[in-house]
Design a binder for this molecule. Sequence first.
Ligand code: ZN
Length: 89
Amino acid sequence: MSKIMNKNIDHHCKRMTSAFSDYLDNRLKKQLCQRLEVHLAECPDCKMYFDTLKMTVTLYRSLEQEPLPEGAEKRLFATIKLARSKNRT
Ligand SMILES: [Zn+2]
């Protein structure tokens, strides 16, 4: 059961993470914002990714006043996934 659930969550996560940038830019519709916040509350992986992304975006903005470089978010997510799999025994 948990395996099937994880698969569904992973699929859901991809859709959620693709909306993080818009969310941080306040460009997300209110309804989507709420769905994203609900998902963050119940998904530690996305929460960790979101916190890291938020930190990175805040840092970039304070330093460069520029958006994240192309592909940076994908690399970030891949790094987190790698760290997760390494932590598993
Ligand atoms: Zn998630």
